[in-house]
Every structure is written in C-alpha cells, then in structure tokens.
Design a protein around this ligand. Structure first.
Ligand code: NDP
Length: 413
C-alpha cells in the first residue's frame, strides 16, 4: 500500500536528523519541533452563482525568536494543516540560513483558484484577511505569495488590513505590486536566488555553465525565471514542465519563447520543436542539474533510484522525501536543499519590508547585488558546515540555521 505523505513528519524528521548530529539541547528540540501557534478559519464567500461556499484556511506560526514571522500563502486544493505546518517550519530555517531577521510562518487556503473568478478570489482573500487580522501585521507576521497566489492577492490583503487598522501600512505583506510599496526585483527573486546557488554549485564542482544541462519541473513564478536565468548563464535547458506535462529537446529550449507560448496557450505542452514528456519521465532525464520547482513529494523512494541528475537544486519546498534522499546520497547526488536554494524570495521580501518601513525605495541593481551577495555567502556557509560535520548539504544547512535560532532563544531567556 502506498504510504500517505505527511509533509510535517518529513520536516520534523529532517530537523531531528540535524539536531542529533549537532547534539542540540533537548529543551530546544522540544521547542522547535512544533509550531508555536496555528489558526484554522472557515471562510464563507458568495460565489458568482449566488450560492455561499465555505473554504478552509490556515496560518501557522512556527517560531519568532529571530524576528517577526514570515511566510507565503498558498491557494491549492491539496492544502492541509500538516502541509502548512511543514512550510512554516521550513521558513524558520530558511530565514536563518540566509541571515535575515525573521521567523517562520505559512498560510494556505483549500481552494482551486483556477476554477474561481477574479471576484471570487478577491472575496476569498479579503475574508481570509479579516479572519487573520490579529494574527498578521508588519511587526508580527508578514505574508507573501506562494503557489497560485500573486501580487494582486497581496494587494487585496494590504488593502483589507489597512481598512481595519485605519493606517497605510505597506509592510504588512511583501510581493506587492510596485505601485503600492512592492520592491523592484521581488517577482524574479526566487528564480534568481536559485540560479546563484546553481552557479556556485558549478564552481564547487569545477563545472562550466556552457557544458551544463538543466531540467526544470514547474513553470510558474519560480520555474520560468529560474529557466531564463540559467539560460542567460549559458546552461542548456533541455526540459521543462507544468501541471499539464512537460517538453523535452536535448538540443536545448529557449525559455523566453517557452514562456510566451505558455502565456498564449496556458501550458508549455505543445511548444514547437520539442517532444512531449510526462512529469515523471522528466525527473528521470539524464541531466547535470535537476530543479524541481513545483510542489513537494515529487522525488520519492519510488523514483529516486531512476534519477540521473548530478545536482538537485530544490526550488520547490519539500520536493525530496527523506527516503529518496538516502538513495540519492548513496549515488553521490548533490542536493542543495530548499531552505537554501529557494531563499532568494524571502531575501527580497525582506528588502521590500525594509523599504516599506523606511519609506525609501532602492534601485534594481542594488537589490540584485545585495541578493547575490547574501545567496553566495549562504551557499559557502553551508558548504563549510557540511565539511566541518562531514554531512550532506541539507543537514549542514539545518545545523547552520538551528544554531542561529537556538542562540536567539537562549539570548531571550
Ligand atoms: P506558481 O503557482 O507560480 O507555479 C507553480 C508551478 O507548478 C506552475 O507552473 C504549475 O503548473 C506547476 N505545477 C503544479 N502542479 C504540478 C504538478 N503536479 N506537476 C508539475 N507541475 C505542477 O508557484 P511558485 O512558482 O511561486 O512556487 C513553486 C514552488 O516554489 C512551491 O513549492 C513554492 O512553495 C516554492 N517557493 C516559491 C517562492 C516564491 O517566491 N514564489 C519562494 C520560495 C519557494 P501550471 O502552470 O500548469 O499551473
């Protein structure tokens, strides 16, 4: 029988593996292995047909020892409380790995935004915000976009929050449109950050981008930018995919052309000069870099032995299960974990929050230079930690992050 996937148990397993390796104090383990608080809400909205539909929404606060809680909001039919708890915990480590002063949170609503009108999505977002009004805030918990939420959703949240507080508080969410306090470079930040990690990984392995191939699963905000940035670096993108399937051309794809095709047709599937391929087969292609950039639980014990990539750069949160990781590590695959590889988004979210709080906005080149510096430093910190503890990069990144969070907890006592 197929094992049911529980992302929170997976997040706890990853945490406990690192905690054991670093001999973490038992009291700190007990504090950090559970979220501090979780809110579950029912969100009734009037649909376009006139019927009232009630959606389930969550927001989880994992830990705020290092600063206000921070984390995205996901709109997806498969959202569960366990998933949101895992994502919140990963945010705590992610902020600590890159050294930005936030804790970890996450939100989610069980819904299918692809089947909702703009008005219904707006009503859902505003009602979710009203139910979360005491749970979020610029010095408390700052949401951002995640799967199937975007800058428009953030604009509605900010507007609704401001109606309730009576102030214009830009810093209550990040990933906003530029016109209302968004930051230059936020949209592309996760993809750019992932590309910095791939660039440093190639240096680490003494590989040249022009002799490197990459496969990318997921062609949303993160996936398509990562494909474009890697392509600009000289890497050959041989396959990409979205929820409808994948496309493959061993001679290379032009990601900009693929993106404009997807904009027109709604999918990468059908792109000319490429072979159609399933998402499962795409993961098993012979490639140097594999970047899962869609959802969690895609590299599992069932397909790990068939994966031929040398490097896995985790764009998505939680794409590799611990069982799969064991198999891949035995095959000497280098896995750059989500909490490091996709941290570019929260780094520029931090920049956006700083700019909002100061009311002073920076130029794009300044954002890019600062992002590059932080991601590069984090990469080599993790490599040093892996060498020091003779361990894999995920455990090393966890040890680095847990040390920072544990230190913050101890200093507050
Ligand atoms: P988007 O909603 O913009 O894109 C999600 C992409 O995944 C879409 O292309 C979607 O396909 C595809 N997808 C959905 N289901 C499947 C499936 N079963 N198989 C293959 N592809 C699928 O989300 P983001 O790009 O923002 O997020 C992607 C991942 O990156 C998530 O794990 C998220 O948590 C993580 N992340 C995102 C950050 C950000 O700043 N956006 C920051 C850090 C992490 P389709 O286009 O057909 O809908």
């Amino acid at each position: 029988m197929k094992k049911t996937f529980n992302p929170f148990l997976m997040a706890q397993e990853q945490f406990l593996k690192a905690a054991k390796k670093m001999n973490l104090d038992e009291n700190i383990i007990n504090i950090l292995k559970e979220p501090q608080e979780a809110l579950e809400v029912s969100i009734p909205i009037k649909t376009d047909s006139g019927k009232v539909k009630v959606f389930k929404g969550y927001r989880v606060h994992h830990n705020n020892a290092r600063g206000p809680y921070k984390g995205g909001i996901r709109y997806h039919p498969n959202v569960t409380l366990e998933e949101v708890k895992a994502l919140a915990m990963w945010m705590t480590w992610k902020c600590a790995v890159v050294g930005i002063p936030f804790g970890g949170a996450k939100g989610g609503v069980v819904c299918n935004p692809k089947q909702m009108s703009r008005r219904e999505k707006e009503a859902l977002t505003r009602e979710y915000t009203r139910r979360m009004i005491n749970f979020i805030g610029p010095l408390k918990d700052i949401p951002a976009p995640d799967v199937y939420t975007d800058s428009q959703v953030m604009a509605w949240i900010m507007d609704e929050y401001n109606k309730y507080t009576g102030n214009t508080t830009l810093g209550v969410v990040t990933g906003k449109p530029l016109a209302i306090g968004g930051s230059e470079g936020r949209h592309a930040s996760t993809g750019k950050g992932l590309t910095v990690i791939v660039q440093e990984a190639l240096k680490y392995l003494e590989m040249k981008p022009e002799n490197t191939t990459a496969v990318i699963q997921g062609y949303g905000n993160l996936g398509h930018i990562a494909a474009e940035e890697m392509y600009k670096m000289g890497i050959k993108i041989i396959a990409v995919s979205d929820s409808k399937g994948g496309i493959y051309n061993p001679k290379g794809l032009n990601p900009l052309k693929v993106e404009s095709f997807k904009q027109k047709t709604g999918s990468v599937v059908g792109f000319p000069d490429a072979k159609k391929i399933t998402n499962e087969k795409l993961l098993q292609l012979k490639t140097d870099v594999l970047a899962p950039c869609a959802l969690e639980n895609v590299i599992t014990s069932e397909n790990a032995s068939k994966i031929k990539a040398k490097i896995i750069a985790e764009g998505a949160n939680g794409p590799t299960t611990p069982e799969a990781e064991k198999i891949l590590l035995k095959k000497n695959v280098l896995i750059f974990p989500d909490i490091l590889a996709n941290a570019g988004g929260v780094v520029v979210s931090y920049f956006e929050w700083v700019q909002d709080m100061q009311g002073y906005f920076w130029e794009l080149d300044e954002i890019h230079a600062k992002l590059d510096k932080i991601m590069t430093k984090a990469f080599w910190n993790v490599v040093d930690m892996a060498e020091k503890h003779k361990t894999d990069f995920r455990t090393a990144a966890y040890i680095f992050a847990i040390q920072k969070v544990a230190e913050a907890i101890e200093k507050r006592e």
